[in-house]
Design a binder for this molecule. Sequence first.
Ligand code: PMV
Length: 327
Amino acid sequence: MKSMINAILTEHSSSCKNTGRGWAPVNIALCKYWGKRDESINLPLTDSLSISLGKLGAQTEIAPAGTDCFTLNGELLDTNAKAAVRLRRFLDPFRTATVPGFELKSQSDVPLAAGLASSASGFAALVMALNDLFSWSLTKRELSILARLGSGSASRSVYEGFVQWHAGNQSDGMDSFAEQLPYTWPALRVGLLMLSSSEKPIGSREGMRRTTATSELYKVWPAKVAASMAALKVALELHDFDALGAAAESNALAMHATMIDSWPPVLYWLPESVSAMQKVWAAREAGLSLYFTMDAGPNIKLLYEAHNEAAVREIFPAVQMVLPFSD
Ligand code: PMV
């Protein structure tokens, strides 16, 4: 990992300011990333495609310090906390003789580790804060590669709007970065259904490991991704919402099928998740253009357009409506 970081940083200055700041949006994948070809530098087996959630994200501030001190959402992290260990490891390659530690404060708009992409926005915001702290002036592509090292999906949180993460095929990971796609969709809404905010029992790293090692169904996942990517691109090009929603929902269900097919099984759904899916299907049957996606957690993300806001709220009164393209 260190050599990769050096390859990116060699041509950039690294003077250190008093404080660095960064902000990055949460992103939700419409075509999922599930499975790594190299765990050590988070290289994915397939491409993925996401939508960033407008103003919903993470704000991070970082300052040089003698020893590490991390505060997440106003709470000081215990040195041995899982999140602290992960952050420390991520920050290790950036330490210098004059900057042996970091004081980090991060505020996230979504609960941590509940399958709502808090780590994606968190690591992307952290990389942006480091870029500011050390005045590196990195390109978006370089920021995406660095963010990927913290959490794969963080590679996509460096951008707003629709984003594609290219899996790449080099072993050094320099061709595995995300890029913004040239589409906007002002009427698009993402509805967050918070069914549980507790930490997920199986992290995405372990979930992916188990799926790629044991699931027979996973063998057809790359073909599913290729089909989903093609369908999503056509839907974006034609601005066809039903095609977009159907491709996203079908891709998410296929990912969950590979998880359930793993041994021991990986099932993130709660009874409430299934009940929400059934409500979506019933609404669609009745003519409403409503779809869902879900990640490595029990929460559901609804996909619909602005003109259906009231109808969606009637079915899901607690939905948090997000405008990915608000300014
Ligand atoms: O970036 P990670 O390691 O948290 O994995 C994210 C995996 C999913 O959220 C399930 C899918 C995705 O593409 O975001």
